[in-house]
Design a protein around this ligand. Sequence first.
Ligand SMILES: Nc1ncnc2c1ncn2[C@@H]1O[C@H](COP(=O)(O)OP(=O)(O)OP(=O)(O)O)[C@@H](O)[C@H]1O
Ligand code: SF4
Ligand SMILES: [Mg+2]
Length: 431
Amino acid sequence: MTGVWDDDVVEAADVRASSAPAGITETQDGPGMPAALETVPETAPETALETVPEPVPGGPALAVSSRGRDKGAVVTPSERPGEALLPAPSEDDAVFEICDLSIDYGLGPGALHAVRHADLMLRRGRVLGLAGESGSGKSTLVYGATRLLRQPGVVSGGSVRLYSRRRGEEGRVVDLLAASERELRRIRWSEISVVLQSALNALNPVSTIESEFDDVLKAHRREMSRKTRRERAAELLTMVGINADRLRDHPHELSGGQRQRVMIALALALEPQVVIMDEPTTALDVVTQREIIEELIGLRDRLGFAMLFITHDLSLLIELADEIAVMYAGRIVERAGASTLYRSPRHPYTHGLLNSFPPMHGETRRMTGIPGSPPDLAAVPAGCAFRPRCLYAMERCGTEAPALVPLDGEEHEAACFLHSGDVAVPGELAR
Ligand SMILES: Nc1ncnc2c1ncn2[C@@H]1O[C@H](COP(=O)(O)OP(=O)(O)OP(=O)(O)O)[C@@H](O)[C@H]1O
Ligand code: SF4
Ligand SMILES: [Mg+2]
């Protein structure tokens, strides 16, 4: 089975991290990884050794912000590489945090900048949606953040942290980009699981569904007997709405929707704190898509995992996510709580995306779409990358790239000069 965490892929990522050719980055500390990924700070806050309490259910809804955390107060060196004891719990209760992440394909001046300075924060038990058209860098972000990136992909800057808090264990921080292969093996499946975009065809065609579950459980729960593993596999399959007698089936005997449900059950098998789903339902018909989304919401409510859900379908995210980040040409251009984003998009691209997909509920409205197509990331226009498609573009947009800035306090951010305060904001982007 190759769809969720693939040992071979992770090993390839490690090779990339440790032996990238010379000239791969401009950092002083060696090729392949920026200085920030190699070490953790020497100093730590006094609270660094505190034990972390169990999660508090029903926290605030907003899941993403890079500014709420004290990034300097994160880690202290520990015996295991890439891991440190957790500091005092923070207000935002992050479980997975991506800071200033940049990812390129290729090297030097010809490199394609697929992800630029991305910040995302996923909070415990919440759903963070990542939306954007094809080629905007969504999957690359996931590959880079989870060490699944293959050559010629290179993480050229930033950091990724897992704030682990398992029942009965002391809380700790894992610096994912610096973690050893051993540490990665320990956390994949059991703390973070990833369902990749191609997961629908990822089950091994010559294995039964039962042996897929058995492989995962045997590798990570050595104490489990064969009988217990079989019972757990049946329980997991039932949990995603498939009769347990299908355990004996091979993947080709299942429908696309059932195969995707199996992938989801596998991702949840070890009760990870973070589940990343990259377009898990895109290849399915809308009815099956809706059933699976409803099931995912139910499972999240029951099991309490945090989920990063990626899709190009913004209307789907409005239904599913607590918070949404919108990506365009490798950059996050807007983020807000899901209902805020739906009611008052502030970036012209988000506004266009919302008018490109019919809402899953509520009034029907005329779909207008977005003129033009996304830029080739090898030749992104100067200034704001959205300018060639933007109805509101100004002179300044051709020379300067807008930064992602807060609009209404911490909870809504957009990267657009329309909100810089010196021009009249069009009504549809001003609410
Ligand atoms: N292995 C690769 N080598 C070179 N360029 C790549 C590679 N993989 C992806 N890219 C480029 O990186 C950019 C981002 O691709 P990515 O697959 O992350 O986009 P995406 O948002 O996930 O798109 P989709 O919605 O189609 O899945 C694209 O321009 C793509 O052509
Ligand atoms: S910065 Fe300019 S071009 Fe970019 S989205 Fe805003 S108005 Fe449009
Ligand atoms: Mg993708």
